[in-house]
Design a protein. Structure first.
Length: 82
C-alpha cells in the first residue's frame, strides 16, 4: 500500500533520495509509525512527535497504531530543551 511521509527539520535527510516532502512510499499492510521510522533509518531511540492525517498519535501507540492506504504520516524530531 502507499502512504505519504512528511518530515521536518533534520529528518528530511531520511526521506528516500530524490523524493519530495512529503514522499510517497510503498509499505506492507499492518505497518506502524515505528516500522516506518526504522525502515527510513531514523535513530530508533528518539521520541518523535508523530501525527497521522493531522491527528497526533500518542507516544504509547507509536508501535501499535496501524497505518492504512493513503495515510499521511508526519514525523517531527523530539523537542530538546536546555
Amino acid at each position: 500500500m502507499k502512504i505519504r511521509v512528511k518530515t521536518t527539520g533534520l529528518l528530511d535527510e531520511y526521506l528516500p533520495p530524490n523524493s519530495d516532502n512529503p514522499a510517497e512510499i510503498e509499505v506492507q499492510t499492518d505497518v506502524t509509525p515505528m516500522d516506518v521510522v526504522r525502515r527510513l533509518g531514523m535513530p530508533p531511540g528518539d521520541k518523535y512527535l508523530i501525527a497521522v492525517n493531522g491527528d497526533v498519535v500518542p507516544q504509547s501507540e507509536h508501535a501499535a497504531f496501524r497505518l492504512t492506504e493513503n495515510d499521511t504520516l508526519s514525523i517531527m524530531p523530539p523537542l530538546k530543551g536546555g
